[in-house]
Ligand binder design. Structure first.
Ligand SMILES: [Zn+2]
Length: 141
């Protein structure tokens, strides 16, 4: 990138040496072209800096994800899930994921931990909402 900037500066030097700049329509055109080249070189340089930042960020993200994967998929073929209800760590066979209508309950507290995506989402939401209404009750009368 510095190379491109240096070459644009060299062109500007050449043009100045030939006393072309601003002295004729051709010189004006050349001056504009060199100015645009300079701006392009600056823009590319900025883009490179941004790309470097993103690259660095992605590397960190990748490291974090790897750590997270190691924590979640501690053992190969087994997924460790923490029950959101009682905090118990439950080991789940990875292959269970492919079962249809999978419903995973915590062996410790019996609460629902996970449902397969192939479940009918709308139906499920209704069921959960209804349960919630039932348990909440209402204060009137
Ligand atoms: Zn539990």
């Amino acid at each position: 990138m510095e190379d491109l900037k240096a070459r644009v500066a060299y062109l500007r030097g050449l043009a100045e040496g030939m006393k072309l700049e601003s002295s004729s329509p051709n010189g004006k055109l050349l001056h504009e072209v060199i100015t645009v080249l300079d701006q392009v070189a600056d823009a590319i340089s900025e883009l490179n800096d941004t790309a470097d930042d993103i690259d660095e960020y992605l590397e960190k993200l990748d490291d974090d994800l790897r750590e997270l994967e190691e924590e979640v998929y501690g053992e190969e073929g087994v997924i460790e899930v923490t029950c959101p209800h009682c905090g118990e760590t439950v080991c789940v066979d990875e292959d269970l994921d492919e079962d249809e209508n999978l419903e995973l309950r915590c062996p410790n507290c019996g609460e629902l931990i996970y449902e397969n995506d192939s479940y009918d989402a709308d139906e499920d939401a209704d069921t959960i909402d209804n349960k919630r209404e039932d348990t909440e009750g209402n204060g009137d009368d």
